[in-house]
Design a binder for this molecule. Sequence first.
Ligand code: NAD
Length: 360
Amino acid sequence: MSKQILILPGDGIGPEIMAEAVKVLSVANEKYALNFELVEDVIGGAAIDKHGVPLADETLARARKADAVLLGAVGGPKWDKIERDIRPERGLLKIRSQLGLFGNLRPAILYPQLAEASTLKPEVVSGLDILIVRELTGGIYFGQPRGTETLENGERKAFDTLPYSESEIRRIAKVGFDMARLRGKKLCSVDKANVLASSQLWREIVEEVAKDYPDVALSHMYVDNAAMQLVRAPKQFDVIVTDNMFGDILSDQASMLTGSIGMLPSASLDIDGKGMYEPCHGSAPDIAGQGIANPLATILSVSMMLRYSFSQTAAADAIEQAVSQVLDQGLRTGDIYSEGCNKVGTQAMGDAVVAALRNL
Ligand code: NAD
């Protein structure tokens, strides 16, 4: 029976990078007889334009039915002024929470060919291979109450809430430990336990879960220190597990260690391993429509999808190898360009990966 993949290109550079990822996926589909059926729909600003909401019920139903979801990026200035509750980003938060995608895996791997593209010294980042495990459906991005109120003196006051339950912490901690077990067996839990009550509970529960993983070395770090250590000595980390907001910020920071956010894929998994795969970057309105965006993060998201949702290790490895070969050939989009390389656009980069994959 065929497996269904829902393709949601989104806004800005989303459709441009997705077109390249779909080309790569289609070649993998054929070459490895994966029997995938691709279905496309809209999300974010594109869905607001079509349905008046950033995630239509019918799209959510398709996502539930699909075996995996591949997403581009959402948002852009066109929709910045509309009511907060139906902004493009709300569509993304809704699909993540409705599908129960609480475990966000964000690898930050430096391809040796891109050591020069990082703003950090090559000796600090060469060989970098970190995995950030971010809690994705709880914490301050979802906590209630939230809002803005007017005080008696007429001044406005805005507030958000940062809640975490024991079970939410336990299940993401387990993902962190499981991933560490598959890698270097080192897990660093990042929190702000010196200030936040939610972080104190976080630390307590992570310690409890650790008892089931005696083979994994657990450490704790405050988020401000983690931000500093990530640029000072990033190779000290193997797997980092952290909450939704800290993970959001630290994974963007980690992306720059690898040269560009345009290289970073991600997976968001539910309790059974069903997943949504997307690049870590946003819709990049500043370069949208110019054909210069880097499609590799989305292409590498396809590889993560094959690995984590379908256990197609050979096909996933082949896509990563094809990307590496293209970098070996000196092809670079603008965001990862350094002198002496061959600067190419989105489509040429996608075509090169397709050609490399066909020849493997
Ligand atoms: P962004 O990630 O879109 O862009 C940040 C910078 O990185 C920009 O200079 C952009 O040109 C560059 N960049 C990003 N992806 C690139 C790529 N593939 N190739 C080359 N350069 C790339 O973040 P932002 O500017 O803060 O946000 C823009 C819009 O995206 C906003 O509406 C925001 O809400 C939305 N956003 C969406 C997601 C998502 O869909 N997952 C994530 C973050 C931001």
